[in-house]
Every structure is written in structure tokens, then in C-alpha cells.
Design a binder for this molecule. Structure first.
Ligand code: HEM
Length: 356
């Protein structure tokens, strides 16, 4: 081998190393990561401003490295989650016996994901059959696997995540049903009342669900594979009292609407859910994740405020009733108009100037 081919080989080897380990170099920041390694730049889908109401699937491919999120609200929400699991456990956590293996697999996936994605916050150790996960942010350590079956695996999973997690399994009629669920931040329902319900039963109160999406949702769930996770977003409008704390705002088991006859824009909350859908490879069951984001009306960017007003006005009465529009609608629209008026006037003035 002459000196030239040695040099060529060395170059080839160096380019292989560069490509293979590029992401590990300390000065190369991974995509979507915030300064502290969290997901603070991960936002729910903006309100689109649809002209006509329709129940939409609106699903898109999930970027797997953002399956679960950790953001600046982690500690505050973790406290609420711990409180709920301590005082309202039956209401927020239910696992049917047949879901045990699926819940364990979901926990293993959660642990693997968190330790890989946030290695500075979670530490995993395995000793024989038993595994432990240590959460450096809260100081908590959980053991699972082996003989450890005192704490439900799904409970450990949602004590680590910001997401609520549910397991969907197939019943004898080939329909997906809620086999296990840790829904700590529900909207108008509690798991205790709806465990075991099919997707179709769960959505009975939703106007136009059966006419417009039931069949597509069922096809979509059947087609999910472990390598094709998906996500979608949903929003609700919620009213709170001025003195309300985070626990009360997040945990809404009966209604979205607190008694507040004269809400200010800070008391009207846009409650968004980022929902994720994954098929677990070992048990073949589905794991459904829901991350809740809260934004008050006054914090909403102008374009979304205009889009919200457009959508709220487009809802037929029976949809408005389901969403509580009679309680917050007038105040919200008044605020939208006040905020957007100066901008509209400015645009009109600019248009007039152009004409002159
Ligand atoms: C692609 C799948 C899904 C779609 C398109 C969908 C869509 C919706 C929509 C449009 C609503 C009404 C909320 C609103 O806009 O005001 C809703 C409510 C709800 N969804 Fe889903 N959903 C899906 C999956 C699921 C799954 C997997 C669960 C399992 C836990 C679930 C549980 C619920 C519940 C409990 C409600 C509240 C119903 C009520 O008002 O009592 N959804 N969903």
C-alpha cells in the first residue's frame, strides 16, 4: 500500500467517524432541545381559524424524539400529580387486570425514552430482574420489574412524565377500549367512571363524533404500527376564578367552567392537549399520551386570537353548548375584538394610503 492510498483510507475513516458521531460532539446542539435539555420550544398546534366546524382527526406523524416532553412547568405540575395520586387515586388511575403486561411495557418504554432523551435528569439501573429509575429533579427513585408489583407500572410512568397515559386494548368485538388509564388532568370526566369503555362510548357526548370521525378513528387506530407513531392536538376553553390555584385549573373532573360571572382575559384559559398515539411492540397494545398546555386569553398571539374568534363564531349552537360558549363566549369575543381592532384599523388605513 503506497502513501497515497493510506492517506485516502485515513480520510475515509475520519469522514465515517464524523458522520457517525456528529451529534455527540459537545458543540452540536440536538434539534428541538432548549438550553437546559428540555422541550420548552415544543408548542401545541396553533388554532387554525377554520371557517366551518367539523370534528377533525387532524393527525400527523410524531417526531419520535418528542414523544414525551419536559418543560419549565415540570416541577409545579409534578406536585399537582403527586397530590392527585395521593388523595384522588381511584378517580385518576384505573388499570384492569388484563392490562398489567401492557402497563409494564409502557413503563419500560417511558423509562428508556426519558433516560435517553434527558440523560441529565433521569438515571436507570438494572440489577437482575429488578430495575430502578432515579429522577434527579424530584429526588424520587422507583423500582419495577422482578418481584416489584406493589406500585402499578402506569402509576410510576405518570409520576415521571408530564403526560397522562392510557392503554387501549381490543375487546371481543374487535373494538379498542380503555384498559388502563392514568388521566390526572381530565376535562369533564374521571377514569373511575369510564374505565373499560370503548372509544366509541367515550366519545358519545361529543357532537358529530359518530357521523364525522368514528369510522376513520377506528381505521386509524387499527393501522398504527410500532414504527408509525402519530400525534394530534385539541383545545378547550376553560374559565377559572381569579384566586384559583394550579391544582384546580388542571384537575377538572366535572366541568371546564368555574363560577365567575365577570371573567377577565386572565381568567379565560385556552387549554390545549397534545395527544400522541403509539403501538407497543411486545404486547401490541396502544399507548395514548396527553400533554396539557395552559395559555390565558391575554397571552394568546394576535393571529391565534383572531382564529379563535373565527372558530367560536362558526360553531353551531349545539357545539357551542357542549363547549360552554354561553359562559365565556361573549367576554372572549369582546376581548378579541378590542385587541384586534387597532390592528384592523391600521391595516385599513395602510390600504387607503396605498390607493391614494
Ligand atoms: C384520533 C383519535 C381521537 C380523536 C379524533 C378524538 C377527538 C375528540 C374530540 C373532538 C373531542 C371533543 C373535545 C372538544 O373539542 O371539545 C374528544 C373528547 C374526548 N376524547 Fe377523544 N379523540 C381521539 C382519541 C381519544 C382516545 C384514544 C381517548 C381515550 C381516552 C379519548 C377520550 C376522550 C374523552 C374522554 C373525551 C371527553 C368526552 C366528554 O366530553 O365527555 N379520545 N375527543
Amino acid at each position: 500500500m503506497n502513501i497515497l492510498s493510506c492517506f485516502g483510507l485515513l480520510l475515509l475513516f475520519l469522514s465515517f467517524i464524523a458522520v457517525r458521531f456528529w451529534k455527540c460532539l459537545p458543540w452540536v446542539k440536538p434539534k428541538h432541545h432548549s438550553q437546559d435539555g428540555g422541550c420548552d420550544d415544543l408548542k401545541p398546534q396553533p388554532i387554525k381559524g377554520r371557517e366551518r366546524y367539523r370534528v377533525m382527526m387532524d393527525i400527523r406523524k410524531l417526531d419520535t424524539q418528542n414523544w414525551l416532553t419536559i418543560d419549565k412547568n415540570y416541577m409545579a405540575e409534578h406536585q399537582v400529580r403527586s397530590q392527585l395520586l395521593q388523595h384522588e387515586k381511584q378517580k385518576v388511575l384505573q388499570c384492569l387486570p388484563e392490562s398489567y403486561e401492557a402497563c409494564l411495557e409502557a413503563l419500560e418504554e417511558v423509562v428508556e425514552f426519558l433516560c435517553q432523551r434527558f440523560p441529565d435528569r433521569f438515571v436507570y439501573k438494572k440489577c437482575g430482574d429488578e430495575s430502578t429509575i432515579h429522577n434527579k429533579m424530584t429526588g424520587e427513585t422507583f423500582s419495577f420489574g422482578g418481584q416489584n408489583n406493589e406500585v402499578d407500572p402506569l402509576e410510576i410512568a405518570v409520576r415521571l412524565t408530564m403526560e397522562d397515559l392510557s392503554i387501549l386494548m381490543k375487546n371481543a368485538d374487535d373494538e379498542y377500549y380503555l384498559a388502563a388509564s392514568a388521566s390526572l388532568f381530565p376535562v369533564g370526566w374521571v377514569v373511575q367512571d369510564r374505565i373499560g369503555w370503548t372509544i366509541s362510548q367515550l366519545h358519545n357526548p361529543v357532537p358529530l363524533w359518530h357521523q364525522q370521525v368514528a369510522t376513520s378513528v377506528s381505521k386509524f387506530l387499527n393501522r398504527l404500527t410500532p414504527s408509525s407513531p402519530m400525534e394530534r392536538s385539541n383545545y378547550f376553553v376553560e374559565m377559572k376564578r381569579p384566586d384559583e390555584d394550579l391544582f384546580e385549573t388542571l384537575y377538572r373532573p366535572t366541568t371546564l367552567l368555574e363560577d365567575n360571572p365577570n371573567p377577565s382575559p386572565e381568567d379565560i384559559v385556552i387549554r390545549r392537549e397534545r395527544q400522541t398515539f403509539r403501538r407497543l411492540p411486545r404486547t401490541g397494545t396502544l399507548v395514548f399520551g396527553v400533554k396539557t398546555f395552559l395559555t390565558t386569553l391575554d397571552e394568546l398571539p394576535m393571529e391565534e386570537l383572531q382564529n379563535l374568534a373565527k372558530e367560536v363564531k362558526s360553531w353551531p349552537d349545539y357545539v357551542g353548548e357542549y363547549k360552554g360558549r354561553e359562559v365565556w363566549g361573549a367576554k372572549a369575543l369582546e376581548f378579541c375584538e378590542k385587541r384586534t381592532q387597532p390592528e384592523t384599523k391600521e391595516k385599513e388605513r395602510e390600504a387607503e394610503m396605498m390607493e391614494v
